[in-house]
Design a protein around this ligand. Structure first.
Ligand code: BGC
Ligand code: NOJ
Length: 818
């Protein structure tokens, strides 16, 4: 069953009813200012850091799930006042009064909600303009009745006192610190501005204001919630000024509309910073200095400026999405590659795993391994931003080569609570840097000087950081010559050095074993993969490759100690026993080492990769995607950690952890099995699952981190949508390996391993400033590629760089029997 449909032309998903199985969300903002918005206007907004600069409150895990947020109310003032005036929320929530018509369109960085009730139409456009720190809600109300309408429009937000965690916990203080100012139709939220903050929020209205409230209880009335504010019912606000308690911004404006007349009101929810030494209107006063914010508010109060900003946002996305577009025989592929997958990649780049409807915005900042992987799908979109991210990440690397597992976006400093010791982390930096070099050909990246642990004076070229990343692994080899796992590798829940018997202890940071025994086959495979990138870099630099010998040894160690006879093993635990082997009772085969080892080329030549992938197909693949391992752990194993804490079929305990599925797709292409690769691709492709929305339940336009595995009662149900490495890796798998358009150090490679049923496809790719027009034609079964570049056949599959000044390269790829 579906709850909406794709509008590919507009690049929107159109939700046709408000009561989706879960809130289906979108993100406003593409740079520094963000909002999360649900299909009924729920969610919150923040500047840069969802924990430390939260503008509005949001209560996670509430009932209903999506409560509060961007509240809009309409009231029909012409009807008899009485106890029950006609009032409703044009975005359905929070009032949830049934509407005659409802539609929500999530687009690239904006959301439109349209509705109608009793002849009154509402058309709301929400977005964050490029270059400014505010959210615009442009509300157009039209009267489709045959008589005049007398309406009140209310808009309300509840301010958060900046640090979202403190805001939700430290009530003894916070209920006394709230402060606001109101001037010229603008409500300013300035809690803590009197002391150490020099930033404030504002909620402005473009129309004449009939009244306002800034104290929550004054607006809602005692013992009432957002679904029935007393102020809306009365049609009159009290102009309350908040002192402590819960500061809000509620604006009221009246609309008199003739038949068929429409009026637009703009609400602005913004963030602004003042210089520390010029915070106040006059020195010594406590009044906000509004000199620099006033022009911004004045500008966006004008509908034509709003329209111009919206067009600029559309244009920005036209450009970004134009970097790679494909026309294949399959609409799900086209839609995801050309629109939604790229969009999600941008979101994960911006927010890592910090703020979604499953990530509370307070827990996790930018993950080291996460952000490096997100980059793999992002780098072609905005290479300069990607470069800065690589440098920011590298600056949280420690002198020993390890890395903080996370850093806070606002400060860019490593998070001490989590620390380091996730032994795969540093290797991902190598993959990210290599991806940047392959995309841009700008080798100066390697010379950028970056500090360790952000300590001034410790700067070294990025290249040295990469070398330390590699040595970090080699400095930590275990009894079988495989890398020690540390706190965890990619699988955060395989905690082989944390024997936790105490509820509430962190599986990731409680480390009570000395860590000298437990080894990871996954990190071994990742090391080989990273060593191949380092070899490519060394070759280009004209240097001796320092790591290929170590990589050869690592491969040997994998074959000796990491190969189980039919597939790659997963790990050795702290007792030196196997994990992911047929010797085990549960957890006999894991997906991750099959993916990473084969991506690194292990077993590709001699048929062992095929054997491992056949085992994946037999034992791990389901109709909803490939599960993480089998059999699922049926009970808690002290020596395995969080993985066995989950009930079977969920999350890391044999869920379909979508991040890993593209590794198998890529591995399948490595052995030439395009049909298999593509079949796996479609199983988790959100658009291809749209018709199963009542089972899948999450948004059909973005990937979710997990789909419940076959051991779970809710097999096929997705969770944790949006912020997942699944976005970048699927994008890489489909574009670079199945469609086979892949940046290399030497140029753009074109080597599709596509489904046998496809006759071919076309692609347009901007690469190093040149437009590549690629036409792929199948000439028969097989994956042998013969390239013709600008009409001339060439050797090999890499299109060498065109001469300087070239604008366009035409590539024809004939794919078929060798
Ligand atoms: C989750 C993992 C996640 C980890 C982060 C665990 O509870 O299952 O997916 O990476 O927390 O700390
Ligand atoms: C989510 C985490 O963000 C990521 O770092 C980890 O690799 C996966 N979970 C798997 O545990």
């Amino acid at each position: 069953m579906r709850y909406g449909h794709f509008d590919d032309e507009q690049r929107e998903y159109v939700i046709e009813r408000p009561d989706t199985p879960l809130p289906w969300i979108n993100y406003l903002g593409c740079e520094e200012h963000f909002g999360i918005i649900s299909n009924t206007g729920g969610g919150y907004s923040f500047n840069r850091d969802a924990r430390l600069r939260r503008l509005t409150r949001y209560r996670y895990n509430s009932a209903p799930l999506d409560t509060g947020g961007r509240c809009l109310y309409l009231r029909d003032d012409a009807l008899e006042p009485g106890p029950a005036p006609l009032m409703w929320s044009p975005s359905w929530q929070p009032m949830r009064r049934e509407l005659d018509h409802y539609e929500c369109r999530h687009g690239m960085g904006y959301t439109l909600i349209r509705s109608r009730l009793k002849g009154i139409e509402a058309n709301i456009r929400y977005f964050v303009p490029l270059g400014d720190s505010l959210e615009i809600w442009e509300v157009t109300i039209a009267n489709r009745r045959s008589r005049a309408a007398d309406l009140s429009l209310f808009a309300a937000v509840e301010f958060c006192l900046w640090d979202a965690l403190d805001d939700a916990t430290n009530f003894q203080r916070n209920l006394s610190v709230g402060e606001v100012e109101v001037a010229d139709g603008v409500i300013y939220h300035k809690s803590e501005y009197r002391e150490r903050r020099n930033h404030f929020a504002y909620f402005a209205c473009s129309a004449e204001v009939a009244g306002f409230d800034t104290q929550r209880e004054a607006f809602l009335g005692p013992y009432r919630g957002w679904e029935s504010p007393a102020g809306v019912q009365a049609g009159l606000l009290t102009n309350s000024i908040a002192h402590g308690w819960q500061p809000i911004g509620a604006q009221h404006t009246r609309l008199q509309l003739k038949p068929d007349e429409a009026k637009t009101v703009v609400f602005l929810l913004g963030y602004h910073e003042n210089p520390t030494d010029d915070k106040f209107e006059t020195a010594g006063s406590q009044i906000l200095n509004k000199r620099s914010v006033t022009p911004i508010i004045a500008r966006y109060r004008q509908p034509q400026e709003v329209e111009a900003a919206f067009l600029a946002l559309r244009h920005y996305w036209d450009e970004l999405l134009g970097k790679l577009s494909v026309t294949t025989p399959d609409p799900h592929t086209n839609r995801m590659v050309n629109i939604w997958n790229v969009y999600q990649v941008m979101t994960t780049f911006n927010l890592s795993r910090s703020a979604s409807y499953f990530e509370s915005g307070v827990g996790r900042g930018m993950g080291f391994r996460d952000s490096n992987q997100d980059l793999l799908g992002f780098v072609h979109l905005a290479p300069e931003r990607a470069r800065q991210r690589i440098l920011d990440l590298a600056a949280t690397q420690l002198p020993g080569g390890g890395a903080y597992h996370q850093y806070q976006p606002l400060t860019k400093l490593g998070n001490n609570d989590i620390g380091s010791g996730f032994n795969d982390d540093p290797l991902w930096l190598v993959l990210a840097a290599a991806a940047h070099l392959k995309e841009t050909g700008d080798w100066s990246l390697l010379e950028d000087r970056v500090a360790y642990d952000n300590q001034p004076g410790t700067e070294e070229p990025l290249y040295a950081h990469l070398q330390r990343s590699m040595r970090y692994t080699l400095d930590r080899l275990g009894p079988h010559g495989l890398p020690l796992i540390g706190r965890a590798d990619w699988n955060d829940c395989l905690n082989l050095n944390c024997f936790s018997e105490t509820p509430g202890q962190s599986f990731q940071t409680t480390t009570n074993k000395d860590g000298k025994v437990a080894e990871s086959v996954f990190i071994a495979g990742l090391f080989v993969l990273a060593a191949q990138e380092m070899a490519g870099i060394a070759r280009h630099q004209g240097e001796v490759d320092a790591f290929s010998e170590a990589a050869n040894k690592m491969e040997e160690a994998i074959w000796v100690a990491g190969w189980d006879g039919e597939w790659f093993r997963r790990a050795y635990d702290d007792f030196g026993n196997l994990v992911g082997s047929k010797e085990c009772q549960e957890g006999q085969i894991f997906i991750e080492p099959q993916g990473v080892c084969i991506m690194a080329g292990l077993g590709v030549e001699d048929g062992l990769a095929q054997q491992a992938l056949d085992a994946v197909a037999d034992r791990l693949a389901t109709a909803h995607g490939i599960v993480l391992h089998q059999p699922a752990y049926s009970r808690y194993y002290l020596h395995l950690g969080e993985i066995s804490s989950y009930p079977p079929g969920y999350k890391e305990n044999a869920g379909i952890f979508c991040h890993t599925n593209p590794w198998i797709m890529i591995a399948e292409t490595r052995i030439g099995r395009g049909d298999r690769a593509y079949d796996y691709y479609l199983r988790i492709n959100p658009s291809a699952r749209e018709g199963l929305s009542e089972v899948h339940r999450c948004e059909p336009y973005v990937y979710a981190q997990m789909i419940a595995g076959r051991d779970a009662p809710a097999h096929g149900e997705a969770k944790n949508s949006w912020l997942t490495g699944t976005a970048a890796w699927n994008y890489v798998a489909i574009t670079q390996w199945i469609l086979g358009i892949r940046p290399t150090f030497e140029g753009l490679e074109v080597t599709p391993v596509m489904p046998s049923t496809w006759d071919g496809f076309e692609a347009e790719r901007y690469y190093r400033g040149v437009r590549y027009l690629v036409q792929v034609e199948r000439t028969g079964p097989g994956n042998e590629v013969q390239l013709e570049v600008d009409g001339h056949p060439i050797e090999g599959t890499v299109v060498t760089l065109p001469p300087a000044g070239a604008q366009e390269v035409r590539v024809i790829a004939k794919v078929g029997p060798g």
